[in-house]
Ligand binder design. Structure first.
Ligand code: NAP
Length: 494
């Protein structure tokens, strides 16, 4: 932490409208954290006046989240000061392109295209990283932490791949590395898991943590829109990136699941440990089957702790799943996110809200920034604690109920032949629905019937072997996309 521009008490803190919007920036003449607090003068409204130490903030990135954070901080600056005794000043902002106009009120001199200069600047006390990507973000955060500067980040991709290294660096330096915004944007989940649920034996965390895919699946289910049109609509409305691969392929959800599982189970987990499937293969027929049978299709991020004879084991899966429409997660529509936590003592909890977007994400970042500044001022810091290495359940050992749709020859004896293949692989059928060309709204080639099977909970490896065997059956024309089914049968990993 840098010292020391001690300066005169700048007088009355008047919480009148607009004051919080005044540009703040380099050249503040207040004492910095570490300096004794000066006595404040009177305030014009009921909040106590504060002329406390200034915490100087360097922000890396002024895109969607950064350009929401800066005005939010300026707006809330006086309230934060009144509640914490600290004044947060943004003194440096790093961007890639200095010529691009920014929707924020800061002196031009605050901006730089040298992010390394920001983290090394002795005038910066706390670093907020909102640039994204792995490098140079990783090196910049390590430099900041090694210099003893607390870091706040929203960068899930970075933490999900290099979290253990960064958490260790923060612990070694004795400073905060806070990341509430990285898991579910504006939804508070990191702090509840780290603090409120510290004593809770968490058994399972199930989340809808990607707004783009949830929006697409909602449009497909409720409006009958096809996948490509729903995705294009998400892009037009600003939910989906120009390149939506990380969202639709499930990688964004996998990064978030890795982070949430690390906290919930105190385990060393990275995104590579998560079995991941996206939503591209979810068909209109899958969605229609779900609707007819009391389910909705959701991209679920699922982490569950299993106590086995060989010790604890974590199953970590991201993929489309049929969720019973009575489950709280079924009601999470459009671009909303939710995280459903099952604890041994607390029972079931659900955290719901906006998992992305500039303003909701900035809200979570600002919460962390206030914490980091307060801890720095108090000479304390939080810690992820020691993360244990844990066995990850192999994908073929995961257990779930499944749905699969099969097109087969529409003739006598076919059903018995198909059902027999399930039995031969230890997969028990819970229900079967048959559609033929004669049914309204069913598009099938002549001589074909569609058979929809839902299984009881089965080992994923056995279910996949069943599908392979079905593909080799003479009467089977096509084996559709298989989807996990969230069930309350014992032994379900989904
Ligand atoms: P963004 O709009 O792409 O903004 C990135 C910012 O970082 C831009 O201002 C860019 O500068 C700057 N930047 C990138 N590389 C840089 C470099 N090498 N040197 C200097 N500046 C650099 O990204 P965002 O959506 O705000 O997301 C920021 C972080 O928050 C990401 O980690 C993201 O995963 C996370 N997050 C975002 C959301 C969301 O809803 N957007 C939600 C949760 C978490 P230019 O403007 O000059 O290009």
């Amino acid at each position: 932490m840098a010292a020391t521009t001690s300066g005169p008490n700048e007088g009355v803190v008047s919480l009148t409208a607009g004051q919080g919007r005044q540009p703040c920036g380099a050249g503040s003449r207040r004492p910095t954290v570490g300096q004794p607090r000066l006595t404040g003068a009177t305030a014009s409204v009921s909040l106590p006046a504060v002329n406390g130490p200034v915490v100087r903030v360097g922000v890396l990135g002024c895109g969607t989240v950064g350009s929401s954070l800066i005005p939010l901080l300026q707006q809330r600056r006086d309230v934060v000061a009144a509640r914490t005794g600290l004044e947060l000043d943004i003194v440096r902002v790093a961007v890639r392109d200095l010529s691009r106009p920014r929707p924020v009120e800061l002196p031009a001199a605050v901006f730089t295209d040298d992010p390394e200069g920001v983290v090394k600047d002795p005038e910066v006390d706390v670093v907020v990283e909102l640039m994204g990507g792995i490098e140079p973000a990783r090196s910049l955060l390590l430099t900041a932490l090694e210099a003893g500067k607390p870091v706040v980040t929203a960068n899930k991709a970075l933490l999900a791949s290099h979290g253990p290294e960064l958490f260790a660096a923060a612990d070694d330096a004795g400073v905060d590395l806070l990341f509430e915004a990285a898991v579910a944007g504006g939804i508070p989940i990191v702090r509840p898991l780290r603090e409120s649920l510290r004593g809770e034996p968490v058994q399972r965390v199930l989340g809808i943590v990607n707004g783009t895919t949830n929006f697409v699946l909602t449009r497909m289910a409720e409006e009958g829109v096809d996948y490509d049109d729903a995705l294009a609509e998400a892009q037009e409305m600003g939910f989906a990136e120009a390149d939506p691969t990380a969202d639709v392929d499930g990688h964004d959800a996998a990064a978030k699941l890795a982070l949430v599982a690390s906290i919930a189970f105190g385990a060393q987990v990275t995104a590579d440990d998560v079995t991941t499937e996206g939503i591209a293969a979810v068909s209109a027929a899958d969605i229609a089957f779900a609707g007819r049978n009391g389910f909705v299709v959701k991209l679920l991020a699922d982490a569950e702790l299993h106590h086995t004879a060989g010790g604890p084991e974590l199953s970590l899966v991201v993929g489309p799943a049929l969720v019973p429409d009575t489950h709280p997660l079924a009601a999470v529509r459009d671009s909303f996110n939710a995280i459903f936590v099952q604890g041994g003592a607390v029972g079931e909890l659900m955290f719901y809200g906006r998992g992305a977007g500039g303003d909701p994400t900035a809200s979570a970042v600002l919460g962390d920034l206030v914490d980091a500044a307060s801890n720095l001022s108090a000479g304390s810091h939080g810690s992820m604690g020691r993360l244990a290495s844990v066995r990850i359940r192999a994908p073929e050992e995961a257990r779930s109920a499944f749905h699969v749709s099969i097109e087969a020859a529409d003739r006598l004896g076919v059903l018995a032949a198909v059902a027999g293949v399930f039995g031969e692989h230890d997969v028990s059928i819970a229900s079967m629905e048959q559609e033929s060309r004669d049914d309204a709204d069913v598009e099938l080639a002549a001589g074909r019937a569609r058979l929809d099977f839902v299984t009881h909970v089965a080992r994923a490896g056995d279910f996949n072997d069943t599908l392979d065997a079905l593909r080799g059956l003479e009467v089977v024309r096509e084996v559709g996309h298989a989807t996990a089914v969230l069930s309350d049968e014992p032994g379900d990993d989904r």
